[in-house]
Design a protein around this ligand. Sequence first.
Ligand code: ADP
Ligand code: MG
Length: 312
Amino acid sequence: MSQTPPINGDSPLVREALSSVVSRETAAPPPAAAPSVGYSTRREGDWPKPPHCRVMTVANQKGGVGKTTTAVNLAAALSMHGQRVLVVDLDPQGNASTALATEHRAGTPSVYQVLVDDLSLASIVKEVPEMPGLFCAPATLDLAGAEIELVPMVGREARLKRALNSFEEMEFDYIFIDCPPSLGLLTVNAMAAAQEVLIPIQCEYYALEGLSQLLQNVELVRVHLNQSLSLSTILLTMYDGRTRLASQVADEVRSHFADTVLDAVIPRSVRVSEAPSYGQSVMTYDPGSSGAMAYMEAAREIAHRAAALAKA
Ligand code: ADP
Ligand code: MG
């Protein structure tokens, strides 16, 4: 029978816990890009393919929480392990298109024409340079107008779903939809077209504010537009292991959402934020960086969860 050690001030466990708290608060800051978990750098072959295409909407109405970074890097990581992956850029800012080096100047055929003019998705999708198996449907600034132009249209909430449904020729394993920072018609279209919602949560103060509104929206779309929708995945982003706040936010999110939260946590890392300006994901820009390794681990979890679900 195992014996529980006494919990008092002299207990080695308590001393260890206290000393780690003290050293966290007094020690010199660790290197900026210190990973919060020891990620494996081991490369491996292809990951299991999902039984059918997984359409994942990356949503959070807050700006700057890591939606685009998450969509782009998970997509890149999965494509590096034998998956065919499409990123649909649904944000008029076109940040995902930029990070994937996909043309999105004004006048480029984009998701805007797909939603508003019934252009086929196949005609706008481009393969990402030097990333076999990774594709991008770019967004141009016109898309900002789509929120209003869609209002009077028939089936305005299901325009993207319709476009994806008539799009089988490229046989993707994963489609990530990168949402704008709002809960307007574009995000509703993204949720109506997906089976899964992935919410990135920044490990910062106010991180949970607005979350209940987001969850209500997921529920409204599920009830009225898309019964196969579920919140499948939460990813903790921009984790700064030097602050107690980050670990408090992470604990709180895990206590509410349990297994929905991926074990992998994305650390704050300068390399992650540098990569888009080189038209790259961090997966290729600096594969050995803590951010790249964490996104690789998150992608691996997503791929293997699907395989586990398929077997269940
Ligand atoms: P969103 O799409 O939710 O608005 P982004 O993915 O564009 O958020 O991220 C917001 C900003 O934070 C960007 O400048 C991005 O490069 C940066 N960023 C995202 N994730 C990280 C990270 N893990 N470490 C450092 N910077 C990050
Ligand atoms: Mg974005």
